[in-house]
Design a protein around this ligand. Structure first.
Ligand code: FE
Length: 152
């Protein structure tokens, strides 16, 4: 087992983490495994899902920005977050169209659309069509791959 504290991303030791550089990253899973806490790695690179109502942001309400916990890419503003009873942080739109990208996901006998970080390709969650106006979309995200910074 890796001897890594699973509580928060080890950003100081992550040379790819940047909140300003939007250049696409092409980093191997072996390298991410070396850098990321196991719990983050399992969701980001193995598409695991955190249990509902266990993540740190599902009912968070503060004003600020949500970044990719793997690479620092700005993903969502808090004003697009809405109170969802699903147990995961939910947003109706991404910060920029290319903040995220999408892939069809046919695992577990379902047809879903996977949401990945547009910069580092980490798995973030899925998007559904049962969100509120104005988009009708629900970005259903895993807290553990998000990193919130409150407005100053
Ligand atoms: Fe990322």
């Amino acid at each position: 087992m890796d001897n890594i504290t699973p509580s928060s991303p080890t950003k100081m030791e992550n040379p790819y983490y940047s909140r300003t550089d939007t250049t696409h990253l092409d980093v191997t899973d072996a390298e991410w495994k070396r850098i990321l806490p196991d719990s983050v790695f399992e969701v980001a690179r193995h598409k695991a899902t955190e249990r509902a109502f266990t993540g740190k942001y599902w009912d968070a309400e503060g004003l600020g920005m949500y970044y990719c916990a793997v690479c620092g890419n700005a993903l969502f503003r808090s004003d697009s977050k809405f109170g969802s009873s699903c147990g995961w942080p939910s947003f109706y739109q991404a910060l920029r169209p290319n903040s995220v990208r999408y892939e069809e996901d046919n695992t577990f006998g379902m047809v879903r659309t996977e949401v990945l970080c547009g910069r580092c390709d980490s798995h973030l969650g899925h998007i559904f069509d049962d969100g509120p106006p104005p988009t009708g979309k629900r970005f259903c995200m895993n807290s553990i791959v998000l990193d919130f910074e409150a407005d100053k």
